[in-house]
Design a protein around this ligand. Structure first.
Ligand code: KIV
Ligand code: ZN
Length: 555
């Protein structure tokens, strides 16, 4: 099928979220899924339900809320075994448009060393499991994992069997990011030429970025006839990540006459999607990142500025507004009322409940008193800060710090605890942030390691609002491969927090509290999600997998 529509299959919530340090809470996953629907992606792969009851429950809830008649197709991943496929199927049930995505490795290195199986057995299993999946669901995607390192002749047989059994999309993963664009394009061409029935199904790309070629390979796949690209916001994903959604979309958009295809993406939502994912996982977008980086449209050198002033086309191949990076002029100010503010927030694409809206409104008014020009970037930052959906197990009530040249930095913190009790403590440190974090830790008493701390000014100017992002790792989480109990997370967990304030040090305290509260709430949430999954029909006797479930066949 080579129509000109390239389907965008977003796997931020599956391949992206499963990579270390990209964990999101259920509320965050839902918020990202809502944004992906606004962005106009065709398919959202929202998880791997067999990984844990919590993953199943998240997929189920996204399917219920986002999988509406006119919304995206909701896909879930399953290894090629009945148990996984059934769990994927039950998880996506509430969606109007559902897809089961099943996979099995076809490279000899995976078949021999990882699956400890044979080519014949894998071919048989692929056939059987696609047939089984198709008996449940009319929309079936099949992936021969490690396709780019598979013997093409053998892979053609597996793909042909998948088509015979009813697969509607064949996805061709460059699982280890090994292929070059020429090779990857030739792989797609070879499949189109040699696999019977390939003209009746959609061919899809799934490229990892180990050699920095994921986007180039995906585009080479489209040139060769692929009509679905699997990608993630900001390119997050296993190891070096997946093809970045914003880059493939803008390449196809900007070079439409070259590719002769189109996507259905609303490009003006790209920047917001990027900021949202970055905030939730606590990984800042590098300033030089293509399409959505802060410098992507900045012209520094004199000669470039001169050209831009004369005619933007001299140095600009796309404009910032197309990706939603400009058009930030705000018509509201300190005298605006709550009603107008709500309307503006809705126009920005956010649906806040009354409490969140009130909190953001109060902070907006406060900001208008401190900052000369407040624009949409500030409002979005305030929204992100207020709606991190972090249960307030400890509430930050008071921050006081003393620091300066020749002084010992000290901080006093007051927190309200879970039972309403108020705790105050002080500490000194190497700087005000260190002192604050030590004082907080003296109260909360949960060992953690600060992995990342970054500060960014949201807008230009000396009065800019600071946004601080921190990432912490809980100590004592199980290492990869260790057995886990219901109490333990599936992998060593990293939690991110985000703070916005005109006072950078207070923003740092808010960010740290956000991450700590997430860490404290994670266990509570996991137990709740597992209970919900069991209540909704998840098999109670199914084993709880250890950290990495991809390495086993589990049949
Ligand atoms: O990279 C990969 O091979 C995958 C498959 C599960 C599609 O993510
Ligand atoms: Zn992948």
């Amino acid at each position: 099928m080579t129509d000109d529509h390239v389907r965008i299959f977003d796997t931020t919530l599956r391949d992206g979220e499963q990579s270390p340090g990209c964990t999101m809470t259920l509320e965050e996953k839902l918020e990202v899924a809502r944004q992906l629907a606004r962005l106009g992606v065709d398919i959202i792969e929202c998880g791997f339900p067999a990984a844990s009851p919590g993953d199943w429950a998240a997929v189920h809830q996204i399917a219920r809320e986002i999988g509406t008649e006119d919304g995206p197709t909701i896909a879930a991943l399953a290894r090629a075994n009945k148990d996984d496929i059934e769990r994927a199927w039950t998880a996506i049930q509430p969606a109007a448009k559902k897809r089961i995505h099943t996979f099995i490795s076809t490279s000899d290195i995976h078949i021999e060393h990882q699956l400890r199986s044979t080519r014949e057995a894998v071919l048989h299993k692929a056939r059987e499991m696609v047939r089984f999946a198709r008996s449940l669901c009319p929309d079936i995607e099949f992936s021969p994992m490690d396709a780019s390192r598979s013997d093409p002749e053998y892979m053609y047989l597996v793909l042909a069997a998948a088509i015979e059994e009813g697969a509607t999309t064949l996805n061709i993963p460059d699982t280890v990011g090994y292929a070059t664009p020429e090779e990857y394009g030739a792989l797609i061409t070879g499949i189109r030429q040699h696999v019977p029935g390939a003209d009746r199904i959609i061919l899809s790309t799934h490229c990892h970025d180990d050699l920095g070629l994921a986007v180039a390979n995906s585009l080479a796949g489209v040139r060769a006839g692929a009509r679905q690209i699997e990608c993630t916001i900001n390119g997050i994903g296993e190891r070096a990540g997946n093809a970045s959604l914003e880059e493939v979309v803008m390449a196809l958009h900007t070079r439409e006459s070259f590719f002769r295809t189109r996507t259905r993406i609303n490009t003006q939502e790209l920047a917001r999607s990027s900021r949202m994912v970055s905030t939730f996982i606590g990984v800042p977008v590098p300033p030089n990142k293509a399409v959505v980086g802060a410098n992507a449209f900045a012209h520094e050198s004199g000669i470039h500025q001169d050209g831009i002033l004369k005619n933007r086309l001299t140095y600009e191949i796309m404009n910032a507004e197309t990706v939603g990076l400009e058009g930030n002029a705000l018509v509201l100010g300190k005298h605006s009322g709550r009603h107008a503010f709500r309307k503006h927030v809705e126009e920005l694409g956010y649906q806040l409940n009354d409490d969140d809206l009130q909190q953001v409104f109060v902070r907006f008014k406060d900001l208008c008193d401190k900052k000369k020009f407040v624009d949409d970037r500030d409002i979005e930052a305030l929204i992100a800060g207020e709606t991190q959906h972090t249960p307030e197990i400890y509430t930050l009530e008071h921050v006081q710090y003393n620091s300066g040249l020749g002084m010992i930095p000290t901080a006093t913190i007051r927190l309200q605890g879970p039972d309403g009790t108020v705790h105050t403590d002080s500490a000194h440190g190497t700087g005000p942030v260190d002192a604050i974090y030590k004082a907080i830790n003296r109260i909360v008493q949960r060992p953690n390691e600060l992995m990342e701390f970054s500060i960014n000014a949201i807008t230009e100017g000396l009065d800019a609002v600071a946004e601080v992002t921190v990432r912490i790792r809980e100590q004592g989480a199980p290492e990869n491969g260790e057995a886990r109990t219901t109490e333990q997370p599936r992998r060593p967990q990293v939690y991110s927090g985000y703070g916005v304030n005109t006072d950078t040090i207070v923003a740092a305290a808010e960010a740290y509290m956000g991450a700590l509260n997430k860490m404290l709430a994670a266990r509570q949430e996991r137990l709740k999600a597992e209970a919900a999954a069991y209540a909704a029909g998840y098999n109670q006797n199914a084993p709880l997998y250890a950290v990495d479930v991809f390495g086993t066949d589990a049949s």
